[in-house]
Write a protein that binds this ligand. Structure first.
Ligand code: PXP
Length: 249
């Protein structure tokens, strides 16, 4: 099976820093340890309210990372401008609401005003030469809309899978993700996935051959508080590699 890339989202490191409005822990330093733990890339979400990651973090990450930077962004003009200036390896367009605790779902591309706004961002990123991914729910309509915008990739929202309250519902959601991954590939898209993935639930998703990249934040940073970042990343990397070899538990 093709390998799966693990991108680790370090937003939570910045969240701890912002709890005291000080300079530690530094997500840029944390990113070095994430890389040493074997991650294939680093993800950050620069939110309009700068509640965790700040412009300075993205600048330093763009300058110092040894692995690709995946910048999550909504449609704020200043953030788009920063992306165009810093040229991350990849930009992932996500929905954003000020009062949400975290991203709550995929882009509502069926809504004409959302679609128009996202399309403007996609065009600007394409003209800026930045590989673009759209965070979408695992549904046919969203995949077709993303493909029609000629983006390189989609990231399937795995939140409904992660929140499943029964084994049967989890199985149903994995099937939905599998079908969407196959459909995305048919439409010429690279297919990523993320949100709510943990050490306990990652294996069925990591076993979907058509998926190429996972974005995981909360669970890895939570474990890192107990065992350290390098070990937390290495343990997640091992689970994903085992799943790819069909050895998942
Ligand atoms: N993918 C996207 C688009 C996200 O917005 C987030 C959360 O920032 C993640 C993946 C990671 O989710 P989690 O922190 O639940 O692993």
């Amino acid at each position: 099976m093709n390998p799966m890339r693990l991108f680790v989202n370090v937003d939570h490191v910045a969240t701890v820093r912002e709890a005291r409005k000080t300079d530690e822990p530094d997500p840029v330093r944390a990113a070095v340890l994430v890389e040493l733990g074997g991650a294939d890339g680093i993800t950050v979400h620069l939110r309009e309210d700068r509640r965790h990651i700040r412009d300075r973090d993205v600048r330093l990450l763009a300058e110092t990372l040894r692995t690709p930077l995946n910048l999550e962004l909504a449609s704020a003009p200043d953030i788009l401008g920063l992306a165009l200036e810093l040229q991350p390896h990849q930009a992932t367009v996500v929905p954003e609401r000020r009062d949400e605790i975290t991203t709550e779902g995929g882009l509502h591309l069926a809504d004409p005003s959302t679609r128009a706004r996202v399309e403007q961002v996609v065009v600007a990123l394409r003209e800026g030469g930045i590989r673009t991914s759209l965070f979408v729910d695992p549904d046919e309509e969203a995949l077709r809309a993303a493909a029609s915008m000629k983006v390189e990739a989609v990231e399937l929202h795995t939140g409904e899978y992660a929140n499943a309250h029964s084994a049967a519902e989890a199985d149903r959601q994995v099937e939905r993700l599998r079908r969407s991954a196959i459909r995305g590939r048919e439409l010429g898209l690279d297919v990523h996935a993320g949100h709510g993935l943990t050490y306990e639930n990652v294996t069925p998703v990591a076993s979907i051959p058509e998926l190429e990249e996972l974005n995981i934040g909360h669970s890895v940073i939570s474990r890192a508080v107990l065992v350290g970042l390098e070990r937390a990343v290495a343990e997640m990397g091992l689970l994903i590699r085992e799943a790819r070899r069909g050895e998942g538990r």
